[in-house]
Design a protein. Structure first.
Length: 267
């Protein structure tokens, strides 16, 4: 991710790479949380109350806003049960993309994310995304950029109004997808918005959400977060990291009852 200007400002203010990556996942800077309007949160709390008793997650709704778990608390949790390498498929040709597309259309709700080679200066060209991830209930597909002949079939998936793309910080994916690939990311569920109803002071990124909703620790090493995602051949650790970022979003979505507000496409 990491495409928004506030991420550079965070670096200038002394935030470390892990905190910057977490902010990218939330889609906002830490100091912007105070601008979340209380009425919006109240409405979302009401929505979550309506889910209680009929969905998979039961939460305590309180008038008091809470702090999300600390890094130390998250570290004590059991590891997230992520996808292993044998369930992660790097799409390299049209035949593989056709098979991936059929599986994605069949499930409809998919975890989504992108990764880009980090840039640490505003003047450095931002050429990402360099990989695009789709996670299903039992597997993940990773597509590397440049796309070549895969571009138009991939566009059909990303711009489909019938495939619901689920993730964290999707606006930071949306800009680079359009600017550098000409793709419009359509029909999405931004989980950092859905999870406001849990009444945490901070917006929740994927790490915090996995800890709170699933009770697991999604380990995201800084060395992988800031690695070179533009490499022609990604390492096993990069593949696992990328696939499970998207897979974790899908797992959280399912755990909170798959909150998709309308039967009609929401752009």
């Amino acid at each position: 991710m990491s495409d928004w200007e506030f991420l550079y400002e965070m670096r200038g203010r002394g935030y470390d790479a892990e905190e910057i990556a977490d902010a990218a996942g939330c889609g906002m800077a830490p100091w912007e949380n105070q601008h979340i309007e209380s009425q919006e949160i109240k409405a979302e709390c009401g929505s979550l109350v309506n889910l209680q008793g009929t969905q998979k997650i039961t939460v305590e709704i309180s008038n008091e806003r809470k702090d999300r778990p600390s890094k130390e608390q998250v570290a004590q949790l059991p590891p997230f049960d992520g996808l292993t390498l044998d369930r992660i498929f790097v799409v390299k040709n049209l035949s593989q993309l056709k098979a991936a597309s059929a599986a994605i259309h069949a499930e409809r709700f998919v975890g989504f994310d992108t990764e880009s080679k980090p840039t640490w200066s505003k003047d450095e060209p931002r050429t990402g995304p360099h990989i695009i991830q789709f996670a299903l209930s039992d597997r993940a597909y990773i597509v590397q950029v440049p796309l070549g002949v895969l571009a138009e079939p991939l566009r059909a998936i990303i711009e489909s109004e019938n495939i619901v793309k689920i993730g964290f910080g999707l606006n930071s994916d949306r800009g680079p997808l359009f600017r550098n690939l000409g793709f419009r990311l359509k029909t999405t569920v931004e989980l950092s918005h859905s999870l406001r109803a849990l009444r945490y002071k901070q917006r929740l990124g994927v790490n915090a959400a996995v800890a709170i909703v699933l009770g697991k620790n999604l380990h995201k090493p800084k060395s992988i977060t800031t690695s070179n995602w533009a490499l022609p051949k990604l390492s096993a650790r990069q593949l696992e990291y990328a696939a499970n970022d998207a897979f974790a979003a899908l797992k959280v979505f399912r755990a909170i009852g798959s909150p998709y507000a309308s039967a009609y496409p929401v752009l």
